[in-house]
Design a protein around this ligand. Structure first.
Ligand SMILES: *Cc1c(COP(=O)(O)O)cnc(C)c1O
Length: 420
């Protein structure tokens, strides 16, 4: 049963309540390996379901455009103070609705339309909002993209530097959505300084690892940091912009009134709760356990002949190139989903296939680590992945079903916040 129980919802709208119940059960029964997902705590879930959703609060604490902010102001201030303390930053804005609008606010703060931005190419592991051509950020700004080397799967910082010197971007993004390796913030900072660009570290995926000390921090290197709050950081759907004091005003103005209206106060409260959790020693252990699980899973996959982009992982994320397994990403992802392993098909660098039918799979260990799975389980997870891929190639649906049953059985021993 969904936890907290949704009894009023069930009475008022059984159709929606029924679907929510089924979704909670689905999350309980699956090995969830989508690298951007997690399970939030029951405390975070409760905060998102509060009366704060009723309140409008355009503006910032002490400078609002509506009355009745006696309690919203301290909630938002707590979220800000906790963000500053967890990440060691001078300024935090907790109002962006999600990662993409947070990034758009960065453009608004620093660039005029048509000016040059540099980011990692989407197929190399970057995010749409780092200037990719189908995104507003690639349409409204002049965008240049760097990638990874074909032989190593790693960012070539010499190439980044040459490109920056030639194109003179005003804004440089580092970070992305499918990068299995540590981001070299000092090296990016050196390049940005050389060309007079503002360096933005987009830590959406790895914010929890940084908070827990399991990935180097961009603080002191990137004056602007963008993050979602719902990936490894394990908070509600939302985002934050953090910066040095120098950029505080420009970023705040860009978020409101530049881009958004009223902040989602229930989300702000849940962000504060999640940041409270992320400031505890247990969270550091969690962040390190995520990385240990990813490394163990990567090793077990390599042993089974899987070809990993860059050969392995330093963080929570693994990118598999399935070419040598004789299957594309999409049919493999669909078979794995039927087998109880949820992940996404993904382009790999230099992918000869199309983005909607690419060669790879992306996996992450944040959610299964929250669930309580440890390094001792990763060989079995790799075995299940391997067997499912082979079964799909052989048209052997019985094996897929057997694995789904074994996974349900394993996960029954591991409680899920949000389900009882
Ligand atoms: C997830 C992600 C985003 C966007 O977040 P949304 O909340 O989905 O809009 C931005 N940048 C990076 C690097 C991400 O991984």
């Amino acid at each position: 049963m969904h936890q907290p129980a949704i009894t009023e919802l069930a009475a008022a709208d059984p159709e929606i309540a029924g679907l929510v119940e089924q979704e909670a059960k689905r999350q309980y029964e699956k090995i969830r390996l989508i690298a951007s997902e997690n399970y939030v705590s029951t405390a975070v879930l409760e905060a998102t379901g509060t009366v704060l959703t009723n309140k409008y609060s355009e503006g910032y604490a002490g400078k609002r455009y509506y009355e009745g902010q006696q309690l919203v102001d301290p909630i938002e201030n707590l979220a800000i103070e906790r963000a500053k303390s967890v990440f060691g930053v001078e300024h935090a804005n907790v109002q962006p609705y999600s990662g993409s609008p947070a990034n758009l606010a960065v453009y608004l703060a620093f660039l005029q339309p048509g000016e040059t931005v540099m980011g990692m190419a989407l197929p190399a592991g970057g995010h749409l909002t780092h200037g990719w051509n189908v995104s507003a950020t690639g349409k409204w700004f002049r965008s240049v993209a760097y990638g990874v080397r074909k032989d190593t799967g790693l960012v070539d910082l010499d190439e980044v530097r040459e490109l920056a010197l030639a194109e003179r971007p005003k804004l440089i993004w580092c970070g992305g959505t499918a990068i299995p390796r540590t981001i070299d913030y000092p090296a990016f900072a050196e390049i940005a300084n050389e060309v007079g660009a503002v360096l933005v570290a987009d830590i959406a995926h790895i914010a929890g690892l940084i908070a827990g000390g399991a990935h180097p921090s961009p603080v002191g290197h990137a004056p602007v940091i963008s993050t979602t709050t719902h990936k490894t950081l394990r908070g509600p759907r939302g985002a934050m912009l953090m910066s040095t004091a120098e950029h505080a005003k420009a970023l705040d103005k860009a978020v409101f009134p530049g881009l958004q209206g009223g902040p989602h106060n229930h989300t702000t409260a849940a962000i504060a709760v999640a940041l409270g959790e992320a400031g505890k020693p247990e969270f550091s252990a969690y962040a390190h356990a995520i990385v240990a699980n990813a490394k163990a899973l990567a090793e077990a996959l390599v042993e089974r002949g899987f070809d990993l982009v860059s050969g392995g992982t330093d963080n929570h994320l693994i990118l598999i190139d399935l070419t040598n397994k004789g299957i594309a990403g999409k049919p493999a992802a669909k078979a794995l989903d039927r087998a109880g392993i949820e992940l996404n098909y993904n382009s790999v660098p230099f992918d000869p296939r199309k983005p909607f039918d690419p060669s790879g799979l992306r996996l992450g260990t944040a959610a299964i680590t929250t669930r309580g799975l440890g390094t001792e389980h990763m060989a079995k997870v790799a075995e299940w992945i391997d067997q499912t891929v082979q079964a799909e190639n052989a048209g052997d649906e019985a094996t897929v079903e057997r694995i789904a049953g074994e996974i349900r059985e394993l996960l029954d021993g591991y409680p899920m916040p949000g389900w009882a």
